[in-house]
Every structure is written in C-alpha cells, then in structure tokens.
Ligand binder design. Structure first.
Ligand code: ZN
Length: 289
C-alpha cells in the first residue's frame, strides 16, 4: 500500500473536504486521502463499540425500493428482501463479536443508486465494503455461492452478464454512467484502485476459506467483473452472491435463519482474519523502518 499512500499525498490539499471527523479516522485505512465526493445523502449510523480505532465494515444489502433485484421462480421472493435479511444477520454477528464497527447502507426497503452505496463507505472512511446479493440463472439447476471483486475485464461471460445486470440498477434510474470514468480518471487514483483491488482479492480468498466448511460454494467461487458498486478506489470491496434465488433448493436455504447464520459466521471469521493479518503486516512494516 505504500506506493499508493505516498502517491496520493498531493490529493490531500482539498480544503473543502478537510474536517475534524476525517482527521480522527482510524490509522488502518487502506489508502487515505482521496476526498469523497460531496453528496446530499445522509450517512447511516455506525454501530458496535464506540472506538474510532476499530476497523469499520460497511455491509450493503443489494437493490431495494422499486428495484427488487432477481426474483424466485414463483415470483414471491425478491432478492432485495433476502439480501437485507442476510446483511442484518452479518451486522448482528459483527456487533456481537465487538471486534469491528459496522454500518449498513440501508436497513429498510429503500432504493440507493450504486455510486451512493460505495460513497457511503468512503464518507464513513470504511475499511471494508461487502455488498450482499443473490444470483439468478436461466438454468434452474445453477446453485451455490460466489464472490466478485473488481476488474476492468470480466473473468468470463457469466461475470460479464452479471455486471451488466447489476450495473443496470443505475441505468434504469437515469444516472449518467459516463461521468464515472471522469471521476476516476486520475492516474493516482488508478494506482490506489489497483492496490485496493489486491486487498479485495485477498479478502475474497479469506471469505472462501471461512465459508467453504459452512455452505456450498461454486467451484469457480472467486470471479472478477466491472461492478459499479465495487469501484471505490480506496475501500477494499467485494460482492457476495449468497446463492441462487432462481433455484428452489437454494431459495429454501436463502430464506432460512440457519443459512443466514452460517453466512454471518463465515463472513465474521473472514473479517477478523483480514484485520488480524493487516495488524501483523503493519507491525512488520514498522519493524522494517
Ligand atoms: Zn443483485
């Protein structure tokens, strides 16, 4: 992370964004000092121990409001509701552990554009962003969980189709996606994004390790796609597809409290391992200096 940190130092001189709240941010932030975009939206409450030194994890329940996401074969269960319940289970598990702080991008049935979701994480100076979704496929036999991290090129056609489907949430709400490229055009931000993508990938590997004993994962669990919601240049981000809402057996799991608990447990363990690893790496960096 050092290269990105030093390279971005010149971006710190943005007085409009300087505030006491930012100055008090935890020191373990991956890449500091890229000013968040000014915005009109309200930030959600930060839950858990009132210790700013603890890492902050933002959990994002996909879709919401007039965007239901995918639906079950019988049309009675929507992805937005399943994702919210799983996000809340993860939130509760993290609060119970007391090792991190946590915030939800939404805790009720409301619509947020994709950029707003990741900007919430940035403005809260989150250390990790996890977007929760359910998969769907035309073939009802498709089953299992998978995870996505950001890449400019999708790892396969399924990933490209998923990115097109998920990114559509903004297109249908009249958001001009062409502006996004301008926002992240700086080569310095590109550098930071690359470092952040590496950290995101490492976290995805931990999620795989911790979830695999608990729930059924797809053989190609970790994939890459150009998902708008993952494009915060300075917050490591993953999108977890928790199972197929289009498959009846997966649907039964996705709507059960037992399955939600298993996902919450696996994610909590992965988060704890992730930050424990970062603490060790920072200590080693200090010894090298
Ligand atoms: Zn989705």
């Amino acid at each position: 992370m050092r290269v990105a940190l030093f390279s971005l130092a010149c971006l710190t001189a943005a007085p409009a964004f300087a505030s006491a709240a930012f100055a008090a941010a935890p020191p373990n932030r991956a890449v500091a000092n890229i000013p968040p975009r000014p915005s009109r939206f309200r930030l959600p409450p930060v839950l858990g121990p009132a210790k700013a030194s603890l890492p902050l994890v933002v959990i994002d329940a996909g879709h919401g409001g007039h965007d239901p996401g995918s639906s079950s074969a019988d049309g009675r269960t929507n992805e937005k509701d399943v994702a919210l319940e799983i996000a809340k289970a993860i939130r509760d598990s993290l609060i119970e552990s007391g090792k991190v702080r946590v915030a939800l991008t939404r805790s009720d049935d409301r619509f947020l554009v994709l950029a707003e979701r990741r900007e919430i994480a940035r403005r809260l100076r989150a250390d990790l962003f996890i977007s929760i979704h359910c998969d769907s496929a035309p073939t009802p036999a498709a089953r299992g969980a998978s995870i996505y991290t950001l890449s400019e090129t999708s790892s396969d056609r399924v990933s490209a189709a998923l990115a097109a489907r998920e990114n559509k949430a903004d297109v249908i709400n009249g958001v001009d996606l062409s502006r996004e490229t301008n926002d992240v055009s700086s080569i310095l931000i590109d550098l930071a994004q690359r470092e952040t993508m590496n950290v995101s990938s490492a976290f995805a590997t931990l999620v795989q390790r911790e979830l695999s004993p608990l729930i059924s994962l797809k053989p190609d669990f970790h994939k890459y796609a150009g998902l708008m919601v993952l494009k915060a240049p300075d917050v490591p981000s993953v999108l977890l597809e928790t199972g197929y809402i289009s498959n009846d057996a997966d649907l039964a799991l996705l709507t059960s409290s037992g399955y939600r608990e298993k996902i919450a447990t696996g994610i909590r363990r992965a988060i704890e391992a992730h930050f424990a690893r970062q603490r060790i790496e920072r200590a080693e960096d200090r010894e090298d200096m």
